[in-house]
Design a protein around this ligand. Sequence first.
Ligand code: FES
Length: 106
Amino acid sequence: MRRKIKYHILICNGTKCNKVQQGVCYKKGAEDIISKFDKLIAKYGMADEVLVSSCGCFRNGITNKGPNMVIYPEGIWYSGVTVNDVEEIVEVHLKKGNIIERLLSD
Ligand code: FES
């Protein structure tokens, strides 16, 4: 049976169309951000409700604000995310359903 997730997080890992990881998000620590999400989601037993996916460059004009991510179902975009923000995103957004205003993309 396919699980029904509550949140799907797409995190840019800076891969360009030529498959080379050279984008802003990769250079600013996207791999560490993804790893921290994986670690905390496992720690809090949220793996059945939160799916974290890495993806290539979003190419929508926010690249230079990276690392960038989007959380569905709300479609909330966060930019300039650091590994130090991950715990707050888990606690505030994923656990309580509140948006973190200071990380919102313009
Ligand atoms: S490299 Fe991350 S959005 Fe472009």
